[in-house]
Write a protein of this length. Sequence first.
Length: 571
Amino acid sequence: MSSTVEQIKERLGIADVVSSYLKLEKAGKNFKAKCPFHNEKTPSFFISPDRNTYYCFGCGAKGDILTFVEEFEGLDFMGALKILASRAGVSLERIDFAAKDPHKRLYEVLEAAALFFETLLDRTVFAKEYALGRGITEASAKQFRIGYAPDAWRDLSAHLSTKGFTEREMRDAGLIKHSEEAKEKAPYDVFRNRLIFPIFDSSGRVIGFSGRALAEDEKGPKYLNSPETAVFKKGEVLLGLDRAKVAIRTYNFSILVEGQVDLVLAHQAGFTNTVAVMGSAFSQSHALRLRRLSGNMVIALDADDAGIAAAGKTSRIALRDGMDVKIAALPEGLDPADVIQKDKTLWKEAIKNATPVIEFFLTRTVEKESDPRKLKKIVRSEVLPYVSLIPNKIDQAHFIGVIARALLVDEAIIREELPRVAFEMPEIEKEKTVSVNTSDTVSRRKRLVRHLVGIGEWQNRGTGEARIDVATLYASLERILGPSFKEHLSEEDTAGAAFEAEIAYAESDTLDTHIAEILLGLEEDVLKEKFTLLMNDLMEAERKKDGVRAGQILEECKKVSAGLEALHKSA
């Protein structure tokens, strides 16, 4: 194994691998980029070709090409190894995967099941006609490996038994189950008489299945999905990500649809940057995976009440994670597959003219409500929460202006309402908006301080021409964080940080700019933390019905908010 890994590392440089995922900027003999593992505005993710490693000064992420692909793609070691080996042209045939991959048999039985279903689709006329009737071409069926599960209780399990798979392996893969009423009887196949869509991980391995009922009146759910297994976690899987990730990076936005048929037809129509959720269960894990590829997303869910509600929920999760979210307005009553089948141009225009989520819901509200007073109340309760979730204060200011103009009110009134709106939000959303993860914030701040002190100590050592005024740098840190800003750093920490700084900036001509950006980020962090703590105090005052104290806190909130806005304008 080690010789194989060494061969891969010899053929693939860290900059080559990372540049296929991120846009790199030259930084002396190194490179830098915006870190894909945490949300940041300015690059703090450094790539060292000499060491063949990466390190993020913002969140502490570090490693080599294997750890990068593992983290970025959401894969295990073997999955990352397969991707890199294929790219490097290194054979993995001699590796004993069973010894390294505890899920090897699970992947094998799932792959065997996928082949079984694929073969049956070619032989089953009515299932093939159903797929064609939904607009799926034969080429797309083969590309997405669509299959058919026979209308029989144990055909799949019997077939897999002949291939040497045990009952336990099939059960662990979610392919068979026991009857609750008669557990002593033989288990039966989970998927029967359904069009089968394999579910893939980001490296293209089969990890589960989604079965579509072939008749609307058939008993059971319209879609039946694999149960969660050791390799299939519903809350982490984005359908089609294995095929869409390159296109998402290329076009710099993702399209989110619901379900397998919408996904296949979108790709078939040329929109290969499309991914799908299973049902409408979009999670923060999904948002993180998409944001690593691009911070821009267009939501194209069904144009009915349930679809609009799901789009709203999805938007809130994505906005919280710093994504730029738009919604494609589809004709009422139609889903993406319907629109694409009816008129591909209509679909293309819907994606092209997608509207920022806040403007989308504002427009819908304005169109539905003619009474000015009721309109203001609805916008406050149904539109302002989206604004309060936006972490970027400049973006917030833009949408405050949009809403103020639509309601014919002063922007200051909208701005004043935001803290109250955040306080009134449901607990699950409020938690993300008005509570602070102290350990994460402090940890990140310590890393940034260590980095700046490292730069200062490197410059203080006097090796070469002085590039910055260290006294000014330390004065800025003291102003933002107080006189004890470096008390947590040991001599060893400081020496290591100085060495890292010299490697990163010895040949860089943007050191002053980089320091200014980090100081700006630190000051922003301090103000955000202060705002968050004030919001917690506001909640406590509201709980105690202390109106006087609540009013005082709101005034303090406005001052901090104004400070943040001024900070962004100066950036």
